[in-house]
Design a protein around this ligand. Structure first.
Ligand code: UD2
Ligand code: MN
Length: 583
């Protein structure tokens, strides 16, 4: 009873305390915003008249909530301020071992504080934006499979430290069937001790892969907005409000933070783009993810350099979306396997069915890019690479026929592979009257054709075999400009031995082209205007470089290729394209 009385007595005081704290915050931010005029050469952020067919493009509603920049104690120590960690010679061995196990140097990571400071990599302008005081709450979802301890735990600390408490509803961690001890009892105990209310841990009873696990995480979540992050991230100042503000304005906008790089070896935190240019996610026709400079057509829609801008797609790992909207879209296609392509599935679905994607320059999150992928795919074992199964599902559902053909020209070995049932996806597309891929290309991804023109049809593709049938052309994984292409034992897996000759005379491997540099064949970046000089004569088997008027023959050194005088009867110049299928 006494406690009750005390509470009733104290409550108004407490509330007042909270409120005045709030007011302080507002006042601070308003004070900051007075700096705006000076720092933006007269640009008036507060009024922001910019209008589009979608209404005002700014996420600014006249000033209520300022930037969330918690006071950060200057610290010294390994990795502080995002500086690289230096290891001793003795630590090297263990460090190398950890890189093999995790794709990251965990010895370096373990030296860094869980709450290290990272540099503020935002554009200057970002500090002066203001956000609506009332924003939707966020559930941050971290799915993980066999992640290292300190990288995972640091992610949680950084999310909690860098998010305004009233906006962070919870952190949902979903363990995708890890078998590492530190991810079991130790993790539970740590989170219970440090974040008893905010962190919730769930565990899969079988390996679902990151895509299925994310959908599950979204089901567990109860906040208004779900924010996905990889389990090895560090959030920068005020990363969350700019993501939520656009969703508050329009619930069908998916927002994507700008992803800074954290080095897998020394954990240095590096801003991804330092220049004045913005980049956005696109793709080439084999659906390799690409980033390219935001076209003027998009920039013209904006008044301020630091405003969110539209993007055709995103890298996949880090983004925010209204939770209910995510499920209205059917979440991720449940037929997608483990890893890859889900970024395109969600992106095309969003755009074609009436939503949009925006990249947000003022939201910055660091991500540790791995040295290599340290995990396998569990029991899932299709006869073609799982990523291609996923791409095929996306292509078959979301692309129109002419665009599908571009993909199969680029990946000819998989055409006809059984990707399972996609009737539900097609039905969704019909029922929601989603727009065509052509519409998407013309209105959203309009720069793609400038960078990656439609691949000309193949005239021949496959392994290029010698007369014995046992030696094949092989790029040996060379990068553009590096070492010559040669021969090696035919392995029938495609990859570096899968070549495509097209009607324009290009000889291509994956997204690259083969060109004659000096008198050697080398891997090169394909010409944007698709032209090449190669021809193949089926009968004699000669492969000619028509500009040089010379042919390719087995070289004098073993497993080498040379430029020689064409001779239709020379066995060393007789090559056969043999189509391969991996199933
Ligand atoms: C990128 C994305 C990643 C995802 C992937 C394609 C970024 C920064 N990263 O690769 O989010 O979109 O492309 O699908 O955009 N995980 C599981 N179960 C698995 C495999 C992975 O839970 O079977 C977790 C993993 O612990 C991590 C997350 O999924 O937290 C992403 O995996 P990743 O970091 O290996 O992928 P990444 O960054 O190479
Ligand atoms: Mn990752």
């Amino acid at each position: 009873f006494l406690v009750l009385i005390l509470l009733i007595f104290l409550l108004p005081m407490l509330l007042e305390q909270l409120e005045s704290h709030d007011k302080d915050h507002t006042r601070n931010s308003l004070r900051e915003s007075n700096l705006v005029k000076k720092s933006l050469d007269g640009a008036e952020l507060k009024e922001h008249p910019g209008k589009t067919e979608h209404g005002p493009i700014s996420y600014l509603k006249v000033g209520t909530l300022g930037n969330y920049e918690p006071y950060i104690n200057p610290k010294v120590g390994p990795g502080e301020e995002g500086e690289p960690v230096v290891l001793s010679q003795e630590e090297r061995g263990e460090a190398d071992r950890s890189v093999r196990e995790y794709g990251f140097n965990m010895v370096a990571s373990d030296k860094i504080s869980m709450t290290r400071n990272i540099p503020d990599t935002r554009l200057d302008e970002c500090r002066y934006w203001q956000y609506p005081a009332k924003l939707p709450t966020a559930s941050v979802i971290l799915v993980f499979h066999n992640e290292g301890w300190s990288t995972l735990v640091r992610t949680v600390h950084s999310v909690v430290n860098m998010s305004p408490p009233q906006l962070l509803h919870e952190v949902v961690m979903v363990d995708d069937f890890s078998d590492k001890e530190h991810l079991k009892g130790k993790l539970d105990a740590y989170m219970k001790k440090h974040f008893p209310k905010i962190v919730k841990i769930f565990r899969n009873s079988e390996r679902l892969g990151l895509i299925g696990t994310r959908t599950l995480g979204a089901k567990y979540a109860t906040g208004d907005v779900i924010v996905f992050l990889d389990a090895h991230c560090e959030c920068n100042r005020n990363w969350l409000p700019p993501l939520l503000a656009r969703i508050a304005y329009d619930r069908t906008i998916m927002t994507v933070p700008t992803i800074d790089g954290i080095d897998w070896n020394n954990f240095q935190y590096r801003p991804v783009y330092q220049g004045q240019h913005h980049f956005r996610g696109i793709f080439e026709w084999g659906f390799l993810y690409k980033e390219s400079q935001v076209p003027q057509r998009e920039l013209n829609r904006h008044q301020h350099h630091s405003e969110p801008y539209r993007a055709p797609t995103h890298a996949g790992g880090l983004f925010a979306i209204n939770r209910e909207y995510f499920f209205e879209l059917g979440a991720y296609d449940p037929g997608l396997l483990i890893w890859g392509g889900e970024n395109f599935e969600l992106s095309f679905k969003i755009w074609q069915c009436g939503g949009s994607i925006e990249w947000v320059p003022c939201s910055r999150v660091g991500h540790v890019y791995r040295n290599h992928m340290p995990y396998g795919f569990g029991k899932v074992n299709p006869k073609i690479p799982i990523i291609l199964v996923n791409y095929m599902r996306v292509v078959e559902v979301w692309l129109d026929d002419e665009f599908k053909e571009y993909f199969y020209t680029r990946e000819p070995t998989i055409k006809g592979y059984d990707i399972g049932d996609i009737t539900k996806q097609l039905q969704f597309k019909r029922e929601h009257k989603c727009k065509s891929f052509k519409w998407f290309m013309e209105n959203v991804a309009y720069e793609v054709f400038d960078k990656f023109p439609a691949p000309p049809p193949n005239v021949a593709w496959g392994e290029i075999r010698d007369t014995s049938g046992s030696q094949c052309w092989d790029t040996r994984g060379q990068h553009p400009g590096a070492g010559p292409v040669g021969l090696s034992g035919c392995h029938h897996y495609g990859g570096n031995q899968l070549l495509r000759l097209n009607v324009k005379g290009q000889l291509a491997v994956g997204e690259r082209c083969l060109e004659l540099i000096g008198n050697k064949i080398k891997v090169a970046v394909c010409q944007v205007d698709p032209t090449g000089h190669w021809s193949h004569d089926k009968e004699s088997g000669i492969i000619e470089h028509t500009q040089m008027g010379q042919c390719i023959g087995k070289g004098s050194e073993a497993y080498s290729l040379d430029l020689v005088r064409c001779d239709r009867h020379d066995k060393k110049q007789k090559w056969t394209f043999v189509e391969i299928r991996s199933w």
